[in-house]
Design a protein around this ligand. Sequence first.
Ligand code: AMP
Length: 117
Amino acid sequence: MAEETIFSKIIRHEIPSDIVYQDEQVTAFRDISPRARVHVLIVPNKVIPTVNDLEPQDKVLAGHLFAVAKKIAAQEGIAETGYRLIVNCGADGGQEVPHLHMHLLGGERLKGFGFNA
Ligand code: AMP
């Protein structure tokens, strides 16, 4: 079993957080240090430390992260204006919390990565 992080406590409602969506597979909550007007983290309820730890049986779960991202984007009113989904992996990717998560960022014109600077 992979080691738990603070995200497991959020998923179990053991510490305060702003949960915007939860089902049997995933939980989504607002990032404590938002990098955009809308910044939500979408995390699997079970601990998968990084993308490197995804197993073939996690395919449906991995797809579900995208389905939930789409749902939350609509819920937050940013589906039409657009948004960015980011999954950091490991040290060079800038991953700080070793519990797989997808960042949903939007609500303003995003810069960065050199693609649209
Ligand atoms: P990453 O760098 O991809 O691992 O992203 C981790 C994210 O988790 C950062 O954007 C943090 O601001 C966020 N974070 C850390 N602790 C909490 C918390 N207790 N509640 C909400 N977001 C958190």
